[in-house]
Design a protein around this ligand. Structure first.
Ligand SMILES: NC(=O)c1ccc[n+]([C@@H]2O[C@H](COP(=O)([O-])OP(=O)(O)OC[C@H]3O[C@@H](n4cnc5c(N)ncnc54)[C@H](O)[C@@H]3O)[C@@H](O)[C@H]2O)c1
Length: 321
């Protein structure tokens, strides 16, 4: 397929693009390079790779970028609660307004597939503390970031039987090493702080979240692109594995053996509006998708990366959104 990947220079995108090229697809990336473009160096000279520097809010640019594309994977966004809270107008424009315009442009251009990077944050706080939420559970967005994602999902699912098959993917919190590295994501951050600085402060260690390796996030996108259309049209999929739900305390415990001297301070929080354990049965049953890497794999690879100084100063702001 000819695939447009918006945000292809980002943390998920820069792992996805080589995966799609290896699977035989042609890939055009549209990205404004908010965090730089070095992550695209490994694919820069690939004959089926094309780069367009531009903003998803620029409608003529978006029209050009979707022209001739058979599929759109929409990753570009202001990512995460803190980044969205800091620049709410931009977050709404990029994550919501521009996403809806891109959706319309993809439909007009006759793209067969539209995949949207949504988030398990949409679930907010689970109502039953010993249960799991799944794709049919109520959405309780508690941040502007999640609100914008829910709004786009709703518009996609209202679309009915248009030319373009719409598939929102609700990713677990991603971890692991990618050409664009992020150290503001829980597993990467905890590992980096405990291994390198031997110091970590954890807020609300008892709260649950699901986690998924960045390579598996990319594999899931590739699997959805390749699946028969009737399996994915109008379907929401959580992306991750049910056994990879963890409390923050458990993540610290897993890192502990490789950072025995780290001083970890736990700051008590009795309330966290985002506390959710997620079921990933649907993507497993429908597409046979299984993760290939666990939390422990991610911890080991991130620890080696920072120990060996491969990324220079891992606490540099460019590694945080
Ligand atoms: N990383 C996670 O844990 C996680 C979890 C759930 C969902 N997601 C979703 O996955 C997607 C990718 O996340 P990520 O971690 O790779 O984030 P990232 O910040 O590393 O990448 C986002 C990319 O989008 C680009 N971008 C931002 N605004 C743009 C604009 N106006 N025009 C063009 N490009 C723009 C940036 O330059 C960047 O390359 C996002 O939609 C995010 O909401 C990520």
């Amino acid at each position: 397929m000819k695939v447009l990947v918006t945000g292809g220079a980002g943390y998920v995108g820069s792992t996805l693009v080589p995966e799609l090229l290896a699977a035989g697809h042609s890939v055009r990336v549209l990205d404004s390079l908010l965090h730089g473009g070095q992550s695209l160096l490994p694919v820069w000279t690939h004959p089926r790779f094309e780069f367009v520097r531009g903003d998803v809010r620029d409608e003529p640019m978006v029209r050009q970028a979707v022209a001739g594309m058979e599929a759109v994977v929409h990753l570009a966004a202001i990512v995460g609660d803190p980044a969205c809270a800091r620049q709410p107008d931009t977050a709404r424009d990029v994550n919501q307004v521009a996403s809806l315009a891109l959706l319309a442009a993809a439909r007009r251009a006759g793209a067969a597939r539209f995949l949207f990077a949504s988030t398990c944050s949409n679930y907010g706080k689970m109502t039953e503390s010993d249960g799991y939420v799944d794709e049919s559970s109520d959405l309780r967005p508690v941040s502007l970031y999640a609100e914008t994602k829910v709004a786009v999902e709703r518009a996609m699912l209202d679309d009915g039987i248009g030319v373009t098959a719409m598939t929102p993917l609700r990713f677990a919190t991603v971890f692991g090493v990618s050409p664009r590295m992020r150290f503001d994501l829980t597993v990467n951050e905890f590992t980096m702080e405990m291994v390198l600085r031997e110091k970590l402060v954890v807020f609300g260690e008892q709260f649950w979240r699901p986690y998924v390796h960045v390579r598996d996030a990319a594999r899931a996108i590739a699997a959805v692109l390749q699946a028969p259309e009737k399996q994915v049209r109008g379907q929401v999929f959580n992306v991750g594995a049910t056994k990879e739900n963890y409390q923050k305390q458990q993540i610290v415990d897993r890192i502990r053996p490789i950072a025995p001297n780290a001083v970890v301070e736990f700051v008590k929080r009795t309330e966290d509006p985002r506390d959710y354990r997620v079921s990933f049965t649907r993507i497993n049953k429908t597409l046979g998708f299984e993760v290939s890497r666990t939390l422990d794999d991610g911890i080991r690879e991130v620890a080696r990366l920072v120990r060996d100084g491969v990324v220079g100063d891992a606490s540099h702001p460019s590694y945080r959104n």
